[in-house]
Design a protein around this ligand. Structure first.
Ligand code: ADP
Length: 338
């Protein structure tokens, strides 16, 4: 390292990408974060060839001209496009400029997810609310003195109000799990007991849908977890298997030990799920068929809840499905005391 390199060693200690350019725009030094963000070795290259952006070139000229710091947002195209915020700080009269680059790609993706979520949740709430309001107006007007119509409309309103309640309950469940996600639950939970409880809780739904539920293996598998949350997982999976995979007439639950995990699988023999949907099923409000989900009382949040309970348990969810053959949803959770 020569003496002239020394002043630039500081940039290696910075938490953001940093580049120093000379008066002609040639890069004299760059830290590893800047090279990572831009995907190439930087010293010796002209900065305007790397950050090809009119607003950036103008900010650089301005910083040199009046010696004032400038901030500008830049989109870097490429295989993985990135959103950067560049802060340009002139460093003295010989025209050197320090450029700090903050990668906003992840922050912006999270922000977008948050605003999409609020938009989706509001939309889901508004639909039943609009139906309830429309029904009330009808009851106040045209159907005012029609007892038969009144009973029918009240039934509709009750159905829509229940739908809103399910949605709010699921949203609250999700936020409660997310709040506790960093605390791993560690009580001893028997997977077979959870399977039996879920089967019993959903027995009337299964009966109505003419689906028989079998617990195929009864070997004692004990995992480290929270019994109530694991019951919710198995109930969500079993309810889906009955609602969407019920055409096969039967659902099978099995529990086994797989290495250091206990695995519980819920298998149905119904219509299955096309491969394109599988990676997205755990997204909030993602459904293969929105109308079918709504008709069956779905909120589009069941598998998102399963995913977050698994994250909290340091476990995982695997989905295996063949169109026309059925689906298997399996959760694997570390064994108790493993
Ligand atoms: P929902 O409240 O709509 O049931 P989920 O998050 O539980 O929401 O499931 C998301 C979607 O995944 C469902 O709407 C359905 O399209 C699909 N799905 C879930 N389980 C099954 C299954 N066993 N067979 C076929 N499709 C399923």
């Amino acid at each position: 390292m020569t003496d002239t390199d020394k002043p630039y060693q500081l940039i290696n200690a910075l938490p953001d990408g940093a580049i120093v350019v000379d008066a002609a725009g040639l890069i004299m030094a760059a830290n590893a974060l800047a090279e990572d963000a831009l995907g190439l070795k930087l010293p010796g290259v002209n900065v305007t060839a790397v950050l090809r952006n009119t607003a950036f070139s103008e900010a650089l000229a301005q910083a040199r001209e009046d010696g004032s710091p400038q901030t500008v947002d830049i989109e870097v195209r490429g295989r993985t496009p990135r959103q950067l915020s560049a802060h340009l700080a002139p460093m003295g009269k010989d025209g050197e400029v320090l450029i700090l680059l903050r990668d906003l790609t992840r922050e912006q993706a999270i922000e977008k997810m948050r605003s999409d979520f609020v938009a989706n949740a509001s939309h889901e709430m508004r639909t039943p609310l609009a139906s309830i309001m429309g029904t009330i107006e009808t009851l106040q007007g045209a159907a005012k003195n029609d007892a038969k119509a009144r009973d029918m409309f009240l039934e509709t309103m009750l159905g829509q109000a229940r739908r809103m309640k399910r949605l709010i309950d699921d949203l609250l469940t999700l936020s409660r799990i997310e709040l506790n996600e960093h605390v791993r639950p560690n009580a001893k939970v028997s997977l077979v007991d959870v399977a039996r409880q879920a089967k019993s809780n959903l027995s009337s739904l299964a009966k109505e849908a003419k689906v028989s539920v079998e617990i195929a293996s009864t070997s004692a598998v004990e995992v480290a977890g929270d019994a109530e949350e694991l019951l919710q997982v198995v109930q969500n999976l079993l309810e889906n298997a009955i609602k969407y995979g019920g055409s096969g007439g039967r659902v099978e639950i099995s529990c086994e030990q797989t290495g250091r995990d206990g695995t519980l699988s819920v298998r149905d023999f119904g219509k299955g799920i096309a491969e394109v949907h599988i990676p997205r099923l755990t997204e909030r409000f993602y459904r293969v068929n929105t109308q079918e989900s709504r008709q069956r009382g779905g909120t589009g949040l069941g598998l998102a809840i399963v995913k977050h309970i698994m994250l909290r348990h340091r476990g995982r969810l695997d989905i295996d499905s063949d169109l026309g053959q059925g689906s298997a949803f399996s959760v694997s959770i570390p064994l108790y005391n493993s």
